[in-house]
Design a protein. Structure first.
Length: 488
């Protein structure tokens, strides 16, 4: 039996609203949803947070390109994210927007606290800024003078700014990362972060901008707005309803109990492009606030199209809506999670998706369920199967999920499907006349179908529920086709 009733708090990054959702953002969200559903399904007290990141120069510029007021523009795009997540059956417990009044207040109170504490101070800041990343860049980060993620030259910024004392937390953070007190996986990502700390160290960083009006004004100097990442990171706290103004005077955030029973996150999922900020600025802010660090930062790779990162600017995106239209919701979830070894890049194309759909879903799971239910109905067989979440496959499956090997967990289920297919072919019950003997062959296969459907439930919530209902009846009936085969 799995030990239960732990708390489980998982977050996705909050998405910039300069773009419509594409399958890159859907990937992180579906993966988080699978983990949240898995923990909820087995009894953990779970909180799953996602949302949208709506301030900053990039979003401001995009709104202006569209001839819209920033707030009208962000309302519109944020709603699109919310809608797509609903369509994808994402079970988030909150959807935080950085334009929420409550978030804005909390950001102001937090920054004021850090300013009063001396962790934020006035200075001049000079640096190269990539608006695509909303990050300052070192010369070393550039390829031919350009940001490699956005293929653009960063702009030079030299202005009065309020700086955050990031350098102060360098040693403590490096130590926590090395000793896994703040764990980063996969291991190569952890090593990359350690090497960054050791080679370059942490320098104080600009936490405010004078020329970006679409942002949260600093409470003590309204001619500055908060740096968009300082604002965005705090979503992980405000998304739990956190309000720093209700804490004690000396440290408003002194104990995790004051944030929420869910703090700190068990897992924060992020893509590799936002690792450095999540492994430096973010935990440093938490240390400055006296709050516990997240337990695990899990870094996944990118979806690539012919070797290039899928992105709106390259015009090579596939959207979740396009996939849902073609394959249905659960198949879209399945295809995206199977497309990559969790933690690594993967090339993706419509051809690959079509073939995978036909092979694994139409010919695999769909066909097995159809054949078995059809024969059970035809032979009028009565079954008494046991319907249990913690069946014989659970332990192995649970291990893979705990290790965050989501694609491997699916492969494991598909190895069971393949074995059941082989059983059917070798035992060929359709050639047998006696109903009793047919039952002897089909009952264990039906039991296996029921077992794997329970495991599949966090990945494919609707389809697995359908199969569970279908195979929990005494007399199983052939249902509608789950995954109609695509003609390619
Ligand atoms: N707003 C920031 C995050 C702030 S969190 C405090 C941001 N937003 S984003 O919309 O640009 O990216 C959000 C996530 O989507 C990142 O984890 C990023 O890695 C992921 N993806 C964006 N494109 C992707 C692919 N092509 N493939 C896989 N994931 C990618 O960064």
């Amino acid at each position: 039996m799995k030990e239960m009733k732990n708390k489980f708090f998982i977050t996705t990054p909050i998405y910039y609203v300069n773009d419509q959702p594409h399958i890159g953002s859907a990937y992180t969200t579906i993966a988080a949803d699978v983990l949240a559903r898995f923990h909820r399904f087995y009894g953990d007290d779970t909180f799953f947070l996602t949302g949208t990141d709506e301030h900053g120069a990039k979003v401001e510029a995009k709104a202006s390109d569209n001839g819209m007021e920033p707030k009208v523009f962000v309302d519109d795009v944020s709603e699109k994210f919310r809608k797509v997540w609903k369509e994808l059956n994402i079970s988030n417990d909150n959807f935080i927007r950085t334009t929420d009044e409550h978030h804005i207040k909390a950001v102001q109170n937090t920054l004021q606290y850090l300013y009063d504490k001396g962790d934020i101070y006035k200075g001049d800041y000079k640096g190269l800024y990539c608006r695509g990343c909303e990050q300052f860049k070192n010369e070393k980060d550039l390829v031919d003078g350009k940001c490699s993620d956005h293929d653009k030259e960063p702009e030079e910024i030299c202005e009065e700014s309020y700086l955050f004392k990031l350098s102060k937390y360098s040693d403590e953070l490096l130590n926590k990362i090395k000793t896994d007190k703040f764990k980063i996986t996969p291991i190569e990502r952890k090593n990359e972060v350690i090497s960054f700390y050791e080679k370059e160290g942490l320098n104080d960083i600009s936490f405010s901008r004078q020329n970006v009006s679409w942002g949260i004004p600093l409470p003590w100097d309204k001619s500055h707005t908060a740096y968009v990442w300082a604002d965005a990171f705090l979503n992980y706290l405000t998304g739990l309803g956190w309000d720093p103004s209700t804490g004690s005077a000396s440290s408003p955030q002194a104990s995790s109990g004051q944030v929420s029973k869910f703090w700190p996150p068990e897992i924060q999922l992020i893509g590799k492009d936002i690792l450095r900020v999540h492994a430096t600025i973010w935990p440093a802010m938490l240390l400055a606030l006296g709050l516990p660090l997240p337990k695990l930062l899990f870094v996944h790779g990118f979806f690539l199209v012919k070797g290039k990162k899928m992105s709106k600017s390259l015009g090579n995106t596939i959207t979740p809506s396009q996939m849902i239209e073609k394959y249905g919701v659960d198949a879209t979830r399945y295809l995206l999670i199977s497309a990559a070894t969790f933690g690594r890049d993967a090339d993706i194309s419509w051809e690959w998706l079509d073939e995978k759909f036909n092979a694994d879903l139409a010919n695999g799971l769909g066909n097995l369920v159809a054949r078995v239910s059809n024969m059970l109905e035809k032979n009028n067989i009565e079954l008494e199967l046991i319907s249990s979440k913690e069946n014989k496959y659970f332990e192995e499956f649970n291990k893979l999920i705990d290790n965050l090997q989501l694609d491997e967990a699916l492969k494991y289920i598909w190895s069971i499907i393949k074995y059941q297919d082989e059983e059917l072919s070798t035992k060929a019950p359709w050639k047998i006349k006696e109903a009793d003997q047919v039952k002897t062959i089909l009952a264990p296969i039906a039991q296996n179908i029921l077992d794997i459907s329970h495991l599949l439930s966090p990945f494919m919530p609707s389809i697995s529920e359908k199969i569970i209902t279908q195979f929990s009846q005494k007399k199983v009936k052939k249902g509608e086709s789950l995954f109609p085969r695509l003609t390619l």
